[in-house]
Ligand binder design. Structure first.
Ligand code: FAD
Length: 396
């Protein structure tokens, strides 16, 4: 909503001044001018005898012509570009059919051969910082490097994956850029006329989907959970790689990497597995997770958990699946003693095949399961393990 004065009708009579409780109108050159104190109460509209003041329902959207194009942060691990960034490039290519602009990726610490990869997924250009020492988790240096390149390239939309690092890095970067950030989006669209990025994310415990836009600052920034969008490979296209030197002047680094704990339990990447065996409160205790580990090992998979199991301290947080955990879409997801709360389903319901084991036949998890087994987990899982060891299939 907005308010405007029709200059050709305004006589500068000052009647509106008396109606305004907020001193939000000035008379300049015999025309009423609305100032920043206006709260859009509309009291001045009927006060004007000449119908020179109008409340407008459609807000005019500010354009930022200096800012054009998409920029995707391509997170790396051990020199390799992670799939989550390539998924974003694929989605960006789809959005670009509407905005018809350019797409660039930006990465730090990628090995030279990896720099060709983003072009297969839609990038027109890749900016690669050429210095060494891009240690994992050092968001101070990363945010300053991204601040530098965003200042030079001026993308209208900046996207990053909502990985642990993406979630740490992007709020800091948004604050440095003095712009908005929508975290953990599950859908992105663009408006052709206003060029606004419509950023949709679950809110109120996943019961409501909110669509958020960033009207007054650039770039528009969003993080998206890994696996929400599929990575789609294209054919070959021209490659433009620009090596970028990091400006060291003024660089502030308050962080120091002391050690990396490669404890697998903490460092798990659930997305790397095609089979996930997940346990919930119905497992009854941490000791029973060894059964799930045995089953997962036999199926060459890994173990995950519901939040209830994580909160109980039975398994570490990186294993949590769901709204406040990881989103996964493995070929097989076996949910053991998990009720199927909406927040859990949000992280796993796109799995190709879901098998649910629960003693309560009315548990909601059965609504999303392809196969359901009603019974006690501590009896059923050992039977499944024994079937696999005998070379039999999981279910008849
Ligand atoms: P329960 O709901 O207690 O279910 C246990 C199930 O085990 C029951 O269905 C029971 O019938 C079955 N059972 C019990 N004993 C046995 C047995 N011996 N054999 C077989 N079955 C048995 N949850 C998540 O998982 N991930 C999230 O990321 C997440 N984020 C959340 C975010 C918010 C903002 C909120 C409000 C909640 C979130 N939750 C999340 C919590 C979610 O609402 C549920 O509380 C949680 O998923 C329940 O976990 P559960 O299914 O293991 O436990």
């Amino acid at each position: 909503m907005g308010i405007k004065v029709l200059e050709d009708k305004c006589t500068g009579c000052g009647l509106c001044l008396k109606s305004c409780l907020y001193q939000a109108i000035d008379i300049k050159n015999k025309v009423a001018v609305i100032n920043d104190s206006c709260i859009l109460c509309g009291a001045c509209v009927p006060a004007c005898k000449f119908q020179a003041i109008q409340l407008t329902t459609k807000e005019s959207i500010k354009d930022f012509p200096d800012y054009r194009g998409f920029m995707v942060f391509l997170e790396t691990k051990d020199g390799r570009i992670k799939d989550s960034g390539l998924e974003l490039l694929s989605k960006t290519r789809q959005l670009n059919k509407i905005l018809n602009t350019n797409i660039c990726g930006v990465c730090m610490g990628a090995s030279q051969d990896q720099l060709h990869l983003p072009f297969k997924f839609g990038a027109d250009k890749v900016f690669a910082f050429n210095s060494d020492g891009w240690e994992q988790g050092m968001d101070d240096t990363y945010s300053q490097a991204l601040f530098q390149i965003i200042g030079e390239v001026k993308p209208e939309i900046f996207l990053a994956a909502a990985t642990s690092f993406g979630r740490t890095l992007t709020p800091k970067l948004a604050a440095m850029l003095k712009t908005g950030l929508t975290a953990d989006c599950t859908e992105l669209e663009v408006d052709k006329d206003t060029r606004l990025l419509k950023q949709t994310r679950p809110t109120f415990g996943g019961n409501v989907l909110a669509t958020i836009v960033c009207k007054n600052s650039r770039p528009q920034m969003a993080t998206v959970r890994p696996h929400v969008f599929k990575k789609v490979e294209l054919g070959a296209k021209p490659e433009q790689i620009e090596m970028v030197p990091l400006k060291k002047a003024g660089l502030v680094n308050r962080q120091k990497l002391l050690d990396v704990d490669h404890n697998l339990d903490q460092d798990i990447n659930l997305a790397d597995y095609e089979v996930i065996v997940a346990g919930g409160r119905g497992m009854g205790g941490s000791q029973n997770f060894s059964l799930l580990r045995e089953l997962a090992d036999l199926l060459k998979g890994t173990v995950a958990a519901s939040r209830a199991a994580v909160d109980a301290g039975w398994i570490a947080y990186p294993h949590q699946v769901g709204q406040t955990g990881k989103t996964v879409n493995p070929k097989l997801y076996i949910a053991c003693g998990i009720s199927g709360a909406i927040q859990h389903l949000a992280g796993m319901q796109t799995s190709d095949i879901i098998i649910a084991i629960n003693k309560d036949s009315s548990a909601p998890i059965f609504k999303v399961a392809n196969y359901g087994i009603v019974g006690d987990i501590l009896e059923i899982v050992p039977k499944l393990i024994s079937r696999i060891k005998q070379g039999l299939s999981l279910v008849d």
